[in-house]
Ligand binder design. Structure first.
Ligand SMILES: CCCCCCCCCCCC(=O)SCCNC(=O)CCNC(=O)[C@H](O)C(C)(C)COP(=O)(O)OP(=O)(O)OC[C@H]1O[C@@H](n2cnc3c(N)ncnc32)[C@H](O)[C@@H]1OP(=O)(O)O
Length: 295
């Protein structure tokens, strides 16, 4: 009863104080109400972004257009967006086969409702490709997935912080966006994966600030291994910049004997924490994919 009262008070305070944007006052009041009071409410539902509770500001979807996007980036975005499946009037779905994948800088945190998993993760950790708030400075990209073709296209605009050779994109930054595209495709098709192998041929430099397309396809699946490949081309497809193949392995690596006891203890603590947090109602890996790959 007391817990329920605290929960209602906390949500009420957040709602009201969120509206008046009184940050210091809001923090002071919220500090008085234990966060755990919110857990039952959070755990009773998988929170989708559209129904984000007023715990904090809603997560930013980095895959949506922003003012730093060039005309070419926007044109390509609009083209693929027009191919996406959309709800039409009357609830019918416009077929298209494509879907845009949203992108957040801390997916697990958002998937869990904002707060619950923070203790398990490093508080300051951010997705490498989404670790700056400065729009257009580094990786601006959006991934469109085609389920039936087992293919995805990433539209990528390289910002000034990604310079390698003067005026061109750093090879490591190119490898990063390739790993992201291939990893996203493999993850979409095979569940949680780790990149085991990545081979890259750099064919021609990518000018800084330009927009390129990373077209990734599934080659084959062999047991736990998902083989994928991609081509990085200029936005009109006329110039090949880079090509790559990769192998992503599904599932968790088997720990070495010496690490086994520590890992077992860690996993058991984690499991207990998750069980408490979610009351057995929400599988965190499911939530991860629900938010990561909703289309
Ligand atoms: C968040 C928002 C979302 C946003 C989404 C953003 C997407 C980002 C994606 C980023 C992805 C990453 O950067 S991942 C981070 C970079 N990668 C890593 O750190 C991986 C480090 N390596 C590992 O953890 C491990 O070695 C694994 C998991 C790859 C494999 O270990 P394992 O589970 O013990 O499996 P193991 O038995 O060794 O191997 C399984 C099979 O894979 C093969 N295999 C293993 N390693 C290799 C290899 N290097 N090259 C070729 N093949 C290999 C083996 O021969 C075997 O084949 P067979 O005998 O069965 O035939």
């Amino acid at each position: 009863m007391l817990r329920h009262g605290l929960q209602v008070t906390r949500v009420f305070c957040q709602t009201v104080l969120h509206t008046v944007s009184a940050r210091p006052l809001r923090s002071a009041i919220l500090r008085l109400i234990p966060r755990t009071a919110l857990l039952p409410w959070l755990s009773s539902r998988a929170v989708s972004v559209s129904e984000w509770p007023l715990l904090s500001s809603p997560p930013r979807d980095y895959s949506l257009p922003n003012p730093s996007w060039s005309t070419e980036m926007r044109r390509l975005y609009e083209y693929y967006d027009s191919l996406c499946e959309k709800e039409m009037e009357g609830g019918e779905k416009k077929p298209g086969g494509w879907g845009r994948l949203p992108s957040y800088n801390r997916t697990l945190k958002y998937a869990a409702g904002g707060k619950c998993l923070s203790k398990l993760l490093k508080e300051k950790a951010r997705l490498f490709t989404r670790n700056t708030e400065e729009q257009g400075a580094a990786f601006e990209y959006v991934v469109f997935m085609n389920k039936s073709e087992k293919r995805c296209v990433c539209i990528f605009q390289a910002g000034h912080l990604l310079e390698g050779p003067p005026g061109n994109v750093h090879g490591g930054a190119i490898a990063t966006i390739i790993d992201t595209s291939l990893g996203t495709l493999a993850g979409y098709l095979s569940g949680i994966v780790m990149t085991a192998n990545l081979n890259i041929n750099y064919c021609s430099p990518i000018p800084l600030g330009s927009v390129v397309l990373i077209d990734s396809v599934l080659d084959k699946v062999e047991g736990r291994k998902t083989f994928v490949s991609c081509q990085v081309t200029s936005s009109d497809g006329s110039k090949l910049h880079t090509e790559a193949t990769g192998n992503a392995v599904a599932g968790l690596p088997i720990p070495r004997q010496s690490q086994h006891a520590t890992l077992k203890k860690k996993m058991s603590n984690t499991h207990r924490h998750l069980k408490h947090t979610f009351h057995g109602r929400l599988n965190p890996s499911f939530a991860y994919f629900k938010v990561c790959f909703p289309c």
